[in-house]
Design a protein around this ligand. Structure first.
Ligand code: NAD
Ligand code: IPM
Ligand code: MN
Length: 347
């Protein structure tokens, strides 16, 4: 029987609840479809940091490299460990080390979920550059603590990095409805964003079947609210993609519905699957986190592994659950109730 080795990193807060839920669904669908998932769980988190002084061991990346995929919950517990330490100690290094340069985040309304907008029909695929740009970690502070202090955070955009994410976006648009929106801020940022726009325009010639439009990030934010149905595939830099995908989550009913895949499209290292949301300290321990984003992310993992039938089965089960209203009103249903509804729909 085909066996996939999965690294599980539940992380902090509700990350633990939602990965447990996703894992139950994965096990059930694997049993029904006829493949095996072999989990190895890693306790890497802020609690682990407090015990050991690091978010993961020095050989953490080497350990993960041997897996077929990584399923992650959420990282961050700012009351005890600064976010700049925890995220740069675990989540961000994984994305970078494994060249998971395409962070894909679908935004559409599940059946039974009422979004906050008048528009109830949209199907957006946000593709976020995931390894460079504003998240390069380059910069520093001088004259710290003085009136003359200066802080610099340098965004690094490489031709190779921008080209590969745009090509990925063009390919996705070609396989969908043929529309690509490239998002920058080239009216204000005259180096990196003009560079991005130039590459977009040049690559467009290779994809005559795709209609490409460049938008400024501010205008795109408004468009996602005013006319989400006009959008198909969006490609954006690391930071802009991060912000737009919380907006995307909001228009699809909330962060509990927003799934994501950190893909290494060349398959030279494992890809990582995680909900868009974080550890939600405000609701952690209440048992009310919506596990749908994590379960949907698990379906994206199966699709990436080549188990499309099983991935579709999960998406159908999620839809069957939300169609009856379960999980659609924030805070109303317990995590377990929602998970059980999906499990029952799989049966
Ligand atoms: P958050 O996404 O954790 O929470 C934002 C709001 O959305 C909160 O009100 C929360 O209760 C709600 N929410 C999130 N997920 C939900 C779910 N599944 N069901 C119901 N409600 C949900 O964002 P934040 O509060 O800015 O961040 C908290 C911590 O998580 C920070 O340490 C942050 O850095 C980290 N974070 C991690 C990731 C990640 O690991 N990928 C992503 C985002 C934030
Ligand atoms: C996300 C998160 C992370 C990001 C944070 C926690 C570093 O917000 O995955 O969307 O900005 O990439
Ligand atoms: Mn985010």
């Amino acid at each position: 029987m085909k066996t996939y080795r999965i690294a599980l990193i539940p992380g902090d807060g509700i990350g633990k609840d939602v990965t447990a839920a996703a894992w139950q669904v994965l096990e059930k669908v694997a049993g029904k479809t006829g493949f095996k998932l072999e989990p190895t769980s890693f306790p890497w988190s802020c609690a682990y940091f407090k015990e050991t002084g690091a978010m993961m061991p020095a050989d953490g990346i080497a350990t993960l490299r041997g897996f077929d995929a990584i399923l992650l919950g959420a990282v961050g517990w700012p009351a005890e460990v600064p976010d700049s330490v925890s995220l740069h100690g675990l989540l961000l290094p994984i994305r970078k080390a494994f060249e998971q340069y395409a962070n894909i985040r679908p935004h559409r309304l599940l059946p039974g979920v009422e979004g906050p907008l008048k528009a109830q029909e949209f199907d957006i695929l946000c593709i976020r550059e995931n390894t460079e740009g504003e998240y390069s970690g380059a910069g520093g502070r001088v004259h710290q603590g003085t009136a003359n202090e200066v802080a610099v955070e340098t965004s690094i955009f490489t031709r190779a990095g921008v080209e590969r994410i745009l090509r990925f976006g063009f390919e996705q648009a070609r396989a969908r409805r043929g529309k690509l929106a490239s998002v920058t801020k080239s009216n204000a940022q005259k180096y990196s964003m003009v560079f991005w726009d130039e590459i977009t325009a040049r690559l467009a010639a290779d994809y005559p079947d795709v209609t490409v439009t460049s938008y400024h990030i501010d205008a795109m934010a408004a468009r996602m609210v005013m006319a989400p149905e006009s959008l198909d595939v969006i490609v954006a830099s690391n930071l802009f993609g991060d912000i737009l995908t919380d907006l995307g989550a909001a228009i699809q009913g909330g962060l509990g519905f927003a799934a994501s895949a950190n893909l290494n499209p060349n398959r030279t290292a494992p890809s990582m699957f995680e909900p868009v949301h974080g550890s939600a300290p405000d609701i952690a321990h209440l048992g009310i986190a919506n596990p749908i984003a994590a379960i949907w992310s698990a379906a994206m993992m199966l699709e990436h592994l080549g188990e499309k039938t099983a991935a579709d089965a999960i998406m159908h089960a999620i839809a069957a659950a939300t169609e009856t209203g379960i999980g659609t009103v924030p805070g109303k249903d317990k995590t377990d109730t929602i998970t059980n509804a999906v499990l029952n729909a799989l049966a």
